[in-house]
Design a protein around this ligand. Structure first.
Ligand code: CMP
Length: 172
């Protein structure tokens, strides 16, 4: 099979379609910002090939924090969770890529840091579940809900990356 080789071809670069692409929300929580880990954590998603389509520093108010963590409202740690996430700025990210939801969760590691594998964000940087550095959507529905909560459509950017011809499989 002859494959298009962008390094040698003078033909126009084909537009890379992204079947199976997902979009997911990541929060680098206040502990990640305070510990000056934002760049190192962001690099892990970028180096894997995920595309940053939204990125902002936010000091979240209690209303948004409570909506974001609504699934945990009845849990004993809910108040502390809201206190923590509103205590200082965090970084909100929207990331695109094939299977982005599962890929990001694998990069982040298990929610409880003592169960997180070395090499994951939590396995490398965290010890406490309450201060586990990052949050990521846990499925397609949560991703859609959370992205709508954290980003307006004007804050999300669709753009092409030249590198995608090296990252993404071409459409057969
Ligand atoms: P996150 O992925 O942001 O989603 C819910 C958060 O609740 C979770 O990460 C933890 O930070 C926090 N959490 C979960 N279980 C506990 C717990 N037992 N005690 C304190 N915080 C918790």
């Amino acid at each position: 099979m002859i494959r298009y080789n962008p390094a040698t071809s003078s033909a126009p670069v084909p537009k890379v379609d992204m079947p199976g692409t997902e979009r997911t929300l990541v929060l680098i929580k206040p502990d990640g910002v305070q510990r000056q880990l934002v760049g190192r954590i962001l690099a892990r998603y970028e180096e894997r090939g995920l595309k940053v389509v939204g990125l902002k520093l936010v000091r979240v108010d209690r209303g948004l924090a409570e909506r974001h963590y609504a699934a945990h409202r009845e849990k004993p740690f809910f108040g502390g969770l809201v206190d923590f996430i509103t205590s200082a700025p965090l970084v909100a990210l929207a990331l695109d890529g094939p299977n982005a939801i599962a890929v990001v969760r694998a990069i982040n590691g298990a929610t409880r840091p003592h169960e997180a594998a070395p090499g994951t964000v939590r396995g490398d940087f965290a010890l406490e579940t309450a201060q586990n550095i990052v949050h990521a959507s846990d499925g397609p529905e949560a991703a859609a809900d959370e992205l709508a909560l954290w980003f307006s459509s004007a804050e999300l950017f669709d753009y092409d990356r030249d590198v995608d011809r090296w990252v993404l499989a071409p459409n057969e």
